[in-house]
Design a binder for this molecule. Structure first.
Ligand SMILES: Nc1ncnc2c1ncn2[C@@H]1O[C@H](COP(=O)(O)OP(=O)(O)OP(=O)(O)O)[C@@H](O)[C@H]1O
Ligand SMILES: O=C(O)C1=C[C@@H](O)[C@@H](O)[C@H](O)C1
Ligand SMILES: [Mg+2]
Length: 196
């Protein structure tokens, strides 16, 4: 990487870090949007802790998400998710990547809105489908036509994800470049603030 690009990236990282302050950065969006992968990279770049709510739920329950859905049902899973998100957002700054349905649940959405800066990784159907159809561990996609299910979820959920503070398009570029897009969006907030 050229020296110029490295310096530019460091500047964006520093601006994003300053704009975030002590707030949490919370990734929301549909399955396959890249919340876990990009969230982890953004946290590493910013030098702040990373937590994935799905992983945390699996750790506290000692069950996989698929087992939780099949043994207790989605309602119980959502109640657990709300409690876990509430606890994780108590301390900042952290990067918190949520499960795809977290921001859709009213109680959890309220916690996210007041618990930090939310960012929606938006992606088109082909991109998401290409990513999620490689694995079959997602309980909501165990249907006869999972691509159609994913599309239905997009129709239902996208207006709600759009309530996030920031939106970044998730496209198939190198993950470091995607993380940089996220940092740029956060850094841009500080610049908007400067003009007020
Ligand atoms: N920018 C990208 N380019 C290419 N592949 C990507 C990109 N972002 C994520 N992926 C891939 O897409 C898959 C899903 O990513 P990830 O698990 O981060 O999604 P998620 O939003 O956390 O989904 P879920 O809600 O199911 O947890 C992974 O295999 C990941 O490597
Ligand atoms: O979109 C959803 O509702 C979900 C997404 C996953 O991250 C998991 O949280 C779970 O499979 C539910
Ligand atoms: Mg994830």
């Amino acid at each position: 990487m050229s020296e110029e690009i490295t310096v530019e990236r460091q500047t964006i990282r520093d601006q994003a870090r300053a704009a975030l302050g002590n707030r949490n950065l919370i990734f929301v969006g549909l399955m396959g949007a890249g919340k876990s992968v990009i969230g982890r990279l953004v946290a590493q770049t910013l030098g702040i802790p990373f937590i994935d709510t799905d992983a945390e739920i699996e750790s506290v329950s000692r069950m996989t998400i698929a087992e939780l859905f099949s043994q207790y049902g989605e309602t119980e899973f959502r109640a657990l998710e709300t409690r876990v998100v509430e606890r994780l957002l108590k301390h900042g700054p952290r990067v918190v990547s949520t499960g795809g349905g977290a921001f859709i649940n009213e109680a959890t959405r309220a916690q996210i809105k007041q618990g930090g800066l939310s960012i929606w990784l938006n992606a088109d159907l082909d991109t998401l489908w290409d990513r999620v159809n490689r694995r079959d561990h997602r309980p909501l996609l165990k249907t006869e036509n999972p691509r159609q299910t994913l599309e239905n979820l997009m129709i239902q959920r996208y207006p709600i994800y759009a309530e996030a503070d920031l939106t970044v398009m998730s496209v198939n570029i190198r993950k470091e470049l995607m993380a940089n897009e996220v940092l740029q969006a956060i850094a841009g907030l500080a610049q908007e603030g400067d003009t007020e």
